[in-house]
Design a protein around this ligand. Structure first.
Ligand SMILES: C[S@@+](CC[C@H](N)C(=O)[O-])C[C@H]1O[C@@H](n2cnc3c(N)ncnc32)[C@H](O)[C@@H]1O
Length: 264
């Protein structure tokens, strides 16, 4: 198709479906340019390997392999970080896969999500609303809280958590909102905070989310951020690690062994 034909077709599609404009505005390359205007010195976070996070890294995870889920390595990261910790809080339950896995290590787990009613009022699929917590609600010791992180007063929980997972709405404004609120109300001196979707995949940084993290976090804490290699996660920790530079087209230095079996 010629460029003129393509332009005409694109304009016709946008006229019929104006929300398509968001695809252009949210394009990662445009987001990256905007990101670099503020953070020119920081194209990506320093990377940490699993082997440097944990001496004897060996995790198994429960995973449905369905839409909106995490990578096995993301869940393995949460489980690895959960060791030796006593409390976990997450924003974003969805089916409850992440909290289900962490609850195998930490007894005191809380997951926070929009209520079914609020999801319905957003005009989203009824079935989507119903499936929230479908996995995690099978574990009665997991506390399910409902609310909108945009308006919820996290201070009202009156509690600080050892491990926190931010995995709610991934728009810039909401990542910034969730990050700022978590650091204002839920962290203590040694809390570890993990963000999902810092990257679209382990080799492609998601600049909209990355900017939300940096803008929501006090500047003096930026140096405590890492990207765990082979995951889509950014981590905040006061621990120091051996790091390396992020590479977009990496030569794999090792392989993970993955065994799959069906658990009812
Ligand atoms: C990516 S999913 C979470 C996946 C889950 N952590 C896992 O790994 O299994 C994001 C969730 O955030 C919830 N969410 C979106 N916006 C929210 C908000 N403003 N407040 C609370 N929850 C929100 C959605 O309903 C959805 O369940």
């Amino acid at each position: 198709m010629s460029k003129i034909k393509k332009t005409f077709q694109a304009l016709q599609n946008i006229a019929q479906e104006p929300s398509l404009l968001n695809l252009v505005i949210n394009d990662n390359e445009s987001r990256k340019k905007e990101f670099l205007e503020t953070y020119a010195h920081l194209k990506s976070l320093p990377q940490v390997d699993f082997a440097d996070l944990s001496d004897d890294f060996d995790e198994s995870v429960d995973l449905a392999f369905l839409d909106g889920g995490s990578l096995p390595t993301d869940l393995a990261l949460l489980k690895t970080l959960a060791k030796g910790k006593n409390s976990y809080f997450e924003i974003g339950t969805w089916r409850g896969e992440s909290v289900w896995n962490v609850a195998k290590i930490i007894d005191d787990c809380t997951t926070f999500n929009l209520s079914k009613e609020e999801i319905n009022t957003l005009g989203l699929d009824k079935r989507y609303a119903e499936l929230h917590g479908i996995i995690s609600k099978k574990n009665p010791s997991i506390l399910h809280l409902e609310g909108n992180s945009k308006t919820f007063d996290f201070k009202s929980l009156n509690k600080k958590y050892d491990l926190i997972f931010i995995d709610g709405d991934h728009s810039y404004d909401m990542v910034k909102n969730d990050t700022a609120k978590v650091f204002k109300s839920l962290v203590h001196e040694n809390s570890v905070v993990v963000w999902h979707d810092y990257a679209f995949n382990p080799e492609k940084v998601r600049y909209e989310v990355f900017k939300g993290i940096l803008d929501g976090l006090p500047k003096d804490l930026h140096s405590n951020l890492y990207h765990v290699a082979n995951t889509m996660c950014a981590v905040f920790t006061k621990q120091n690690f051996k790091t390396k530079q992020f590479e977009e087209l990496k030569n794999p230095e090792f392989l993970f062994e993955v065994n799959l079996k069906i658990k009812k």
